[in-house]
Design a binder for this molecule. Structure first.
Ligand code: CTP
Length: 408
């Protein structure tokens, strides 16, 4: 029973492979998973909701609301309930709609509002699968952090032979089990349990006057995801956050909100002596105005059209912590680079006395600020360099947490 207590949402679309969804549900339920099934209207032509509801032990959802009593099938609560949203089989039509954000059925609205990992198992004729439009749509979905379970080659419904058959339910169920087993092992056998870890996140705002500041595009998502994952593994996390409007990533995280680089510096040096580890994920401003005005700076009355703002360097928080860190303390930082990425990141790691650095390149599509995904390279002070694929920031956070765990 490897899937005890796991909530799996299965989305079924209108493909002949829909019959395989029945065995998939049976296998997942046998492993202890709780199943909910959402079907597109066309999927009902291939397999009945009654069959699926009986196997899943839960009513199957197809419509936005129940025409009998008007009760609403909330796609938002379905999306939040799920630990994994598995769309199997996924037709070329649904894949295309997912990639473009079309929301004309419950399966698709649930996709748009889900926060959990999404896996897609395509099933279609080989020429449809090989078509550049389908390939491009799947690539878009991959780039957004969804996982595509490649279809296999074999005889297709059309009678032709080629790649397009949905992967066998046994194989998909094994992959689901392996995914959750890995997640459970990370949670329960975590060497990070009880470790005190400081994480910085978000941008800083450097005040110019009461209505203006110098900021940057950091969304804080990477640092928040990391704080959430570390707390989930039992670490005592202190999150020093710049101005973002993200919710607390985990109920156990202690969050300190700051605005400027100097406030972030103050908060970090105050708590760092008690920490076992620190990960500096914030995009701290490198420069701040020498002085800020208490009144709004007016355009009128200025003789020249040129306006000069004098800036001074802020303290490099990571370097400051690095200079004072005790031998048992582990310090990690981020490097967001646009050129000579590895070389710059290594220099940064050495300069700031970091144990390792997480490199992302702004040249990678889907990586860096504002995105929900990231592609990182981990470089450590012993010379190990490890490149990762493009993933959702929550999964990137797991990889960084794994790296931190190697120092325990
Ligand atoms: N950092 C910090 N305090 C600063 C500037 C950066 O703690 N005042 C940290 C970041 O949180 C990150 C690492 O240092 O972990 C690298 O940040 P980055 O802005 O890439 O490095 P800089 O040293 O500012 O170098 P540059 O902007 O010139 O590339």
């Amino acid at each position: 029973m490897g899937l005890e207590g796991k909530h799996i949402l299965l989305g079924i679309t209108g493909s002949i492979a829909a019959y395989k969804a029945a065995s998939l549900v049976r296998l997942l339920v046998k492993e202890g998973a709780e199943l909910k099934v959402v079907m597109t209207p066309l999927a009902k032509q291939f397999i009945t909701p009654l069959t699926m509801a009986t196997l899943a032990k839960n009513p199957v959802l197809v419509d936005f609301f129940d025409p009998e009593n008007g009760s609403w099938n909330s796609h938002v609560s379905l999306g939040l309930w799920a630990d994994l949203y598995l769309i199997a089989p996924a037709t070329a039509n649904t894949v295309a709609k997912m990639s473009r954000g079309i929301a004309d059925n419950l399966l698709l609205t649930t996709y748009l509002s889900s926060r959990c990992p999404v896996w897609i198992a395509p099933a279609m004729d080989m020429d449809m699968y090989a078509h550049p439009a389908t390939a491009e749509n799947l690539e878009i979905l991959r780039a957004r952090g969804n996982r595509v379970i490649e279809p296999v080659s074999g005889e297709l419904a059309s009678g032709l032979e080629g790649q397009g058959r949905m992967e066998e339910p046994e194989r998909i169920a094994e992959e689901v089990k392996a995914f959750f087993e890995k997640k459970n092992a990370r949670l329960h056998n975590s060497p990070l349990r009880g470790k005190r870890i400081l994480v910085t996140a978000g941008p800083t705002h450097e005040k110019i006057d009461p209505v203006r500041f110098i900021g940057n595009y950091s969304s804080g998502k990477m640092g928040y995801a990391l704080a959430g994952v570390l707390a989930g593994r039992g670490a005592q996390v202190t999150l020093v956050s710049g101005p973002v409007s993200l919710p607390l990533p985990h109920p156990e995280v202690k969050r300190i909100m700051v605005t400027s680089a100097s406030e972030m510096h103050q908060a970090c040096i105050t708590c760092f002596p008690d920490m076992d580890m620190a990960v500096m994920a914030a995009a701290v401003a490198d420069f701040t105005p020498v002085s800020s005005s208490e009144e709004k700076i007016k355009r009128e009355g200025r003789k020249e059209s040129l306006f000069t703002l004098s800036l001074q360097s802020t303290t490099d928080i990571a370097a400051d912590l690095g200079a004072g860190k005790k031998p048992h303390q582990i310090l990690a930082g981020f490097a967001l680079e646009t050129d000579h990425e590895e070389q710059n990141a290594i220099q940064k790691m050495i300069r700031k006395k970091l144990n390792f650095i997480v490199l992302n390149s702004l040249r990678d599509p889907g990586a860096g600020f504002q995105h929900d995904t990231n592609r990182i390279t981990l470089i450590d002070s012993k010379g190990e360099i490890r490149k990762f694929e493009l993933k959702r920031k929550e999964e990137v956070a797991e990889d960084i947490a794994d790296k931190l765990a190697t120092y325990c």
